[in-house]
Ligand binder design. Structure first.
Ligand code: DC
Length: 226
């Protein structure tokens, strides 16, 4: 028996890392919806569009293919864009473009079509509230702004990406503000989501906690079926 799992939370709270590991342990499929918004922003930028071009970006999306390879890399129109979408200049641009209602409408439609059966873990900002509002498990994963900035700084150093700690911190604050204050499906905890503050937890501890929640829910569901 498989369920659907929604993981939402602010930037750099470690959602994708947790979702990826959990998917491996449970043999579920992980969809990183943030990567899809990043892919949309990357293609829009390459065509010279800005956040003012909602109509053009919406048309562009109609002819854009999103897929994930077995390693979880985003294939945008068949091309692996994993590195490009993580570049620093994509962060704020993606946050701005993701606020456009027509972009959200199309990407939500695609995500719902991808996860129409069970056994999916989606991570993002509006999964528990919009995309999979009927998911059996909803997690709202948070961490303090400072610990998120520290994690992102260490990750950037490991991957040889640029950016000082202060730049990363400012960028995170701006994205938090934009993602929680936009008019359409802003980041918020679904009423039935379980909040986990990961500020002082290791990745393994978070994975184990969520796995225990999933197992408990499965037992409950199996009990209901008997
Ligand atoms: O998770 P991320 O940092 O890769 O997401 C990039 C941006 O995309 C983020 O600023 C907010 C937006 N996003 C969104 O609006 N809805 C989602 N489901 C996922 C991401």
């Amino acid at each position: 028996m498989k369920l659907n799992i929604a993981i939402d939370g602010p930037s750099a709270s470690g959602k994708s890392t947790i979702a990826k590991r959990l998917a491996k342990r449970l043999d579920y499929i992980h969809i990183d919806t943030g990567a899809m918004y990043r892919g949309c922003a990357l293609k829009a930028k390459s065509l010279g569009y800005t956040v003012e071009n909602e109509e053009e970006i919406s048309d562009m999306l109609k002819h854009t293919e999103f897929a994930f390879d077995p390693q979880g890399h985003l294939l945008l129109d068949g091309v692996d864009v994993t590195e490009e979408i993580r570049k620093k200049d994509m962060d704020i641009l993606t946050s701005s473009i993701s606020a456009l209602p027509k972009v959200r409408c199309e990407l939500v439609r695609r995500q719902q079509a991808m996860a129409k059966s069970k056994g999916f873990i989606l991570d993002g900002r509006d999964i528990g509230t919009v995309v999979l509002d009927d998911a059996e498990i909803k997690i709202f994963q948070t961490a303090s702004t400072l610990s998120r900035a520290e994690r992102r700084f260490i990750e950037n150093q490991e991957k040889k990406r640029s950016g000082s700690f202060d730049e990363i911190l400012d960028d995170l604050k701006q994205r938090d503000y934009q993602d929680t204050h936009r008019a359409h499906s802003p980041l918020r905890k679904a009423d039935d989501a379980i909040e986990i503050d990961t500020s002082s937890m290791t990745i393994e501890e978070v994975v184990e906690m969520v796995e225990a929640i999933v197992k408990e829910k499965m037992k409950e569901k199996e009990g209901d079926r008997k």
